[in-house]
Design a protein around this ligand. Structure first.
Ligand code: TYD
Ligand code: MG
Length: 456
């Protein structure tokens, strides 16, 4: 067996390795992320794997297509995120900042999974068995099929899995787990990657569903995020704005279902509770008579959610005016401001402009463009958008209003929540199926829309 010890430097962000220390990672471009690792290079034969995985090739015709068996949990928001329940043999990564509720939700999910006949092993390297039991009591969880293990060594963890033969495994967290035959402290890229790869083999070869919990850094990245995201089947992120009681579970990647779904939860004294109608959360207490606020139905995944977009426009004191966007894309906001300046003659070049989406939700689609522009226009010209009115539309560079997708769903949800009028793109009226009671106000340009909103 050939064996040589060698020192390498590895980017802790993306896993890029180099023979010498580098200040900036040439692969992912981050600074100061290289740390030294002693690496023992073994020949391929000597490379140890802890689990077995057959490597025989088969003709395509002889392979029966997999029928993913899914298990529903009692938490329907969680099931929806996964595309309809937990897939047997899947590897799911749940990331989020400390204290957001990763352990809490996984314990709640564990309870549901362990009541389906198969057993579940919850491994914690973060807390003692007693601490987990405390949390379980608080969540009112009792189960004969739920096993707890306080362990950080992966060899021991695999051994426990071999003994208990659970149908589901929860590893809390990947950053505390290590393999003794891999160099580097727990939480380094090589440990995170090797441990996850081992768990992937375990999941695939035995049909065990594995959940890996991971912390994200202040910048919002998981340690070695790219490394892990490649390996796992599904990536979930738990997020919230500071000081907010509710938590948003988001899908970033899913081999077994749609991405861009979100689930909304509220942290209560007895665990996380689903919020079934999130629209109500994201609307502020509708102070009527305030300029600079607009409401728009946005589609998150498969579901319309009403959001309130607020804007504040104040005279700039220093040379370059400030622009700040919370919840919408900064560049998109800058573009909308440019359109307002150029096409409607607004003098925003001397104004600070702030845009905020109420409730801390992050909107990625352009269908809220018109509502955003309307909020800024209202804040600048000091007009109040009529009550019970929603605004839908993408804004083009010449100020034209472009059609958006899923218009019927957006309108239906708005009507359900008591809205009476809707400003929508003219182009959307051609194929409109909506037969509800709301008054539809079609517009072709931003100018026309602002005119309607001002009550002209
Ligand atoms: P936790 O699941 O430990 O977060 P993570 O694993 O992501 O670090 O939950 C953290 C917070 O949630 C903690 O501050 C206490 C609070 N909490 C409740 O408010 N209610 C509960 O029922 C539980 C279990 C926790
Ligand atoms: Mg935890």
């Amino acid at each position: 067996m050939t064996m040589k010890a060698k020192t390498i430097f590895r980017c802790q962000e993306c896993g890029f390795s180099s023979g010498k220390w580098l200040g900036k990672c040439p692969d992912c471009g981050t600074w100061n992320t290289f740390s030294e690792e002693k690496q023992i290079e073994k020949s391929d034969k000597a490379r140890r794997t802890l689990t077995d995985f057959t490597g025989d090739a088969s003709p395509l015709d002889e392979i029966s297509s997999e029928n993913f068996s899914r298990t529903a949990t009692e938490i329907s928001e969680f099931d929806r995120i996964l595309g309809g329940g937990v897939v047997a043999g899947s590897l799911v990564l749940l990331g989020g900042p400390p204290g957001i509720g990763k352990s809490t939700i996984m314990l709640q999910v564990s309870k549901a999974l362990a009541s389906n006949g198969k057993s579940l092993l919850y491994i914690s390297g973060e807390e003692s068995m007693g601490q987990i039991k405390n949390r379980a009591d608080r969540l009112n969880i009792k189960s004969k099929n739920l096993y707890l293990l306080s362990e950080t060594n992966l060899e021991n963890i695999i051994e426990a899995i071999n003994k208990i033969k659970p149908g589901y495994v929860v590893l809390d967290s990947i950053q505390t787990t290590y393999r003794s035959d891999i160099a580097g402290a727990p939480g380094t890229v090589s440990q995170v990657r090797e441990c996850s790869a081992e768990l992937l083999k375990l999941a695939k070869s035995r049909g065990v569903s594995v959940f890996i919990l991971g912390h994200v850094t202040k910048e919002g990245d998981l340690a070695g995020p790219r490394v892990l995201e490649h390996i796992v089947d599904t990536v979930l992120y738990f997020e919230s704005e500071k000081q907010q009681v509710y938590r948003i579970l988001r899908v970033n990647k899913n081999r077994f279902g749609p991405t861009s779904e979100i689930g909304v939860f509220e942290m209560k004294s007895d665990g996380l509770k689903e919020v079934k109608n999130p629209s109500s959360l994201f609307l502020s207490e509708q102070m009527s008579g305030i300029a600079g606020s607009a409401i728009s139905p946005t589609i998150e995944g498969t579901r319309p959610i009403l959001v309130e977009i607020q804007s504040l426009v104040t005279k700039a004191n220093f040379g370059v005016p400030r622009r700040q966007a919370n919840g919408i894309d900064y560049n998109r906001m800058v573009l909308l401001i440019a359109v307002l300046e150029r096409r409607l003659g607004f003098h925003l070049e001397f104004q600070d402009v702030y845009v905020n989406v109420v409730g801390g939700i992050k909107i990625k689609e352009t269908a809220v463009d018109l509502a955003t522009a309307a909020a800024v226009a209202g804040a600048y010209s000091n007009f109040v958008i009529p009550e019970k009115l929603i605004i839908i539309g993408e804004v083009g560079l010449s100020g034209e209003i472009r059609a958006v997708g899923q218009i019927d769903e957006r309108l239906k949800e708005s009507e359900n929540l008591g809205f009476k009028k809707a400003v929508i793109p003219k182009n959307n009226t051609k194929a409109l199926n909506y037969k509800g009671k709301m008054e539809i106000l079609p517009v072709i340009s931003l100018q026309e829309a602002v005119g309607i909103l001002k009550g002209k």
